[in-house]
Design a binder for this molecule. Structure first.
Ligand SMILES: Nc1ncnc2c1ncn2[C@@H]1O[C@H](COP(=O)(O)OP(=O)(O)O)[C@@H](O)[C@H]1O
Ligand SMILES: [Mg+2]
Length: 256
């Protein structure tokens, strides 16, 4: 699998209202990679995501999957958003089954895969619960199970833990890393949280706003076997500090 974002520009509006939101954005994701896009709010991260999802088209440049241009949404890209996108009237299992039913998979296969993916996210026991009976973290795990059940080539995560409390967010980061290690999934994580990006991704692209663009790309080669240790390791902290400095330098001055 090779997802290629190649010299992508995106503008909204016309004439004097025209606003350039993405300028010359290029990066690649290959099978098994975990890539993160980090930037402050408004730097165009969700726009990149929507273009990869096929929900919108670049103004120029191309996005392709294995050489084919992406023009519309498809099951090869699984999406998870910040806001819980579960159907509140369906149980956890029914939510996971939903996409597979749309794909027209046989009932028995849907049932088996459903319990398999609920187990993958550690929520086999919650199959019959409604979303409102589950914590925010559990709901996001169900959303991830639902996305994985459709067997996407790449999992697209847009601020998936942004609405969660800090402790839950940290345990979800550990969960996502563990899931990536166990299943060998390919993921693009979009976040404004630099620490989250560095903890999880092998490649981190830093975006700046107005217009949204990638200003720095780093390979992150850290020992992630013990994430609690990693968070406070000197190596991690100095990398975070340096890049935080870079990100801060990109913020518009107060009052500007
Ligand atoms: N459909 C749209 N029409 C006009 N402007 C948009 C549209 N979508 C996004 N924008 C603008 O593009 C910029 C980047 O937005 P977005 O991609 O959501 O950033 P981020 O996800 O990094 O916070 C913002 O200034 C936003 O107002
Ligand atoms: Mg966004």
């Amino acid at each position: 699998m090779h997802l290629k974002i190649d010299k992508v520009y995106k503008s909204f509006g016309y004439g004097a209202q025209r606003k350039e939101v993405l300028s010359d954005v290029s990066f690649d994701i290959h099978s098994g990679e975990f890539v993160a896009l980090v930037g402050s709010s408004g730097s165009g991260k969700s726009t990149v995501m929507r273009l990869i999802a096929g929900l919108d088209q670049p103004s120029s440049g191309t996005i392709s999957m294995d050489g084919s241009k992406i023009e519309k949404p498809g099951p090869d890209r699984g999406m998870v958003f910040q806001k819980y996108s579960l159907y509140p009237w369906l149980t956890a299992a029914q939510n996971v089954a939903f996409g597979m039913q749309l794909q027209g998979r046989p009932k028995r296969e849907v049932r088996e895969r459903c319990s398999y993916f609920l187990d993958v996210v550690g929520l086999g026991d919650a199959a019959r619960r409604l979303p409102q009976e589950l914590s925010g973290g559990m709901q996001q795990r169900i959303a991830i199970a639902r996305a994985l059940a459709a067997e996407p080539k790449v999992l697209l995560l847009d601020e998936p833990f942004g609405a969660l409390d800090i402790q839950i967010r940290e345990s979800m980061q550990e969960f996502l890393h563990d899931l990536w290690r166990r299943t060998g999934l390919t993921a693009l994580l979009i976040t404004h949280d630099l620490e989250e990006a560095l903890l999880l991704a092998g490649t981190v692209h830093i975006m700046a706003p107005s217009p949204g663009r990638i200003v720095r790309s780093v390979s992150v080669d850290l020992d992630r076997s013990a994430m609690a240790h990693l968070r406070v390791s000197p190596e991690f902290l100095s990398m975070r500090e340096e890049l935080a400095h870079c990100l801060r330098g990109l913020e518009p001055a107060v009052g500007a």
